[in-house]
Design a protein around this ligand. Structure first.
Ligand code: AMP
Length: 344
């Protein structure tokens, strides 16, 4: 379910294992459908179309954590669905997600819920500024966020998030950002990829590099333990990504994605088995593949907006592996492709 680049790369990995993918997406120009055997173009809420789709499938997965869970419950008995709906319930709500991490003894940024303008005032009085205001639901790639500096007019930030229920988060002073990417099989086996060091620009991932530098590696075990325990609790099957800030006080959990993740795109060429292939293996009940690094160092750079226009120059470098997602229209901030560079 879902028709973007993650669905596209999952379909390619599935095809390599001999599977035929059926994409379900609302966008007629789905870049996943272009590389899949079948395509249903319909809304998630169209229960008739969704049921017909589900009945045609042997296993169902999704590439987007904001799939509405109501319709998913309607098709629960048509075919196995992995990862579990419980993972979406948690990942779709920033407050539930932070509480879930805290329940597993993880550390999060200080936060306070904001439901209206007066509670924003109280939240900032409590956690202080700088802070980040994030909508509780439907936020990704820095969307639905507003950064608050000391002394700011809070009206302007409340308007910026569209008066939606929010969480106000204390600004974390971190040395690095990283993600734990794991895959959990149906028998409970968990494997981790090397931890990438992630660099964001304007709230959007710009680059991921593995192996990570020492300050991240020192926090890796604690972060992996937390991610693995959360996966166990959810009885999770598939790839799970948890994003962290590395700080002097250890890893601070930021958020989780119950799916393959942009910070794992480097695994296509940079690991023995990619996140996409292992996700397909996990949901199909197959043995997991080796997650080790396939080079001494791997770098993934996103091609955002017009950056993808330079693809001919990128191909001229022998170290580069180019991925263009086939999205027709380039817009500022839109992920159009990525390039992975291997060093041996
Ligand atoms: P998110 O949508 O929560 O992943 O936020 C996007 C990016 O904004 C993160 O990867 C960080 O670079 C930055 N960011 C988010 N929350 C915080 C925070 N509490 N403190 C500092 N930086 C943050």
């Amino acid at each position: 379910m879902g028709g973007g680049q993650l669905g596209r790369m999952l379909s390619v990995a599935a095809a390599q294992l001999g599977y035929r993918c059926h994409i379900y997406a609302a966008d007629a120009n789905s870049v996943a459908a272009e590389v899949a055997a079948e395509f249903t173009c319909a809304l998630d809420e169209d229960i008739g179309s969704l049921t017909r789709f589900a009945e045609s499938c042997d296993v169902i997965t999704f590439e987007f954590e904001n799939v509405p869970v109501g319709p998913l419950h309607e098709i629960e008995n048509c075919a196995p669905l992995h990862p579990p709906i419980a993972a979406l319930d948690i990942a779709q709500n920033r407050v539930a997600e932070k509480n879930f991490a805290r329940d597993h003894r993880g550390t999060t940024a200080p936060f306070a819920e904001v439901s209206d303008r007066p509670s924003l005032e109280r939240a900032i009085a409590e956690i202080g500024a700088p802070a980040i205001l994030k909508t509780i639901r439907m936020g990704y790639d820095g969307k639905g966020q507003s950064r608050i500096q000391p002394g700011d007019d809070l009206d302007q930030h409340w308007d910026a998030v569209g008066h939606q229920p929010c969480v106000a988060e204390g600004f974390v002073s971190f040395s690095h950002e990283f993600s734990v990417i794991l895959v959990r099989a149906q028998d409970g086996e968990i494997r981790f990829w090397d931890t990438p060091h992630n660099r964001h620009e304007d709230g959007i991932l710009a680059a991921s590099v593995a192996p990570a530098p020492d300050p991240i590696l020192q926090q890796q075990d604690a972060a992996r333990d937390l991610a693995a325990q959360m996966a166990e609790t959810m009885n999770y099957v598939g790839v799970l990504t948890c994003e962290f800030f590395a700080t002097d006080d250890g890893p601070i959990f930021n958020e989780m994605a119950p799916r393959v993740h942009n910070s794992g795109h480097w695994t296509i060429e940079g690991a023995v088995t990619s996140q996409f292939e292992n996700h397909i293996r996990a949901i199909c009940g197959l043995p997991l593949g080796d997650t080790s690094l396939a080079a001494k160092r791997v770098e993934m750079h996103n091609l955002i907006g017009a950056q993808a226009d330079d693809w001919q120059a990128l191909l001229a470098d022998d170290a580069n592996h180019l991925h263009i997602y086939g999205k027709g229209v380039s817009r500022p901030g839109r992920k159009m492709g990525h390039v992975t560079k291997l060093y041996f």
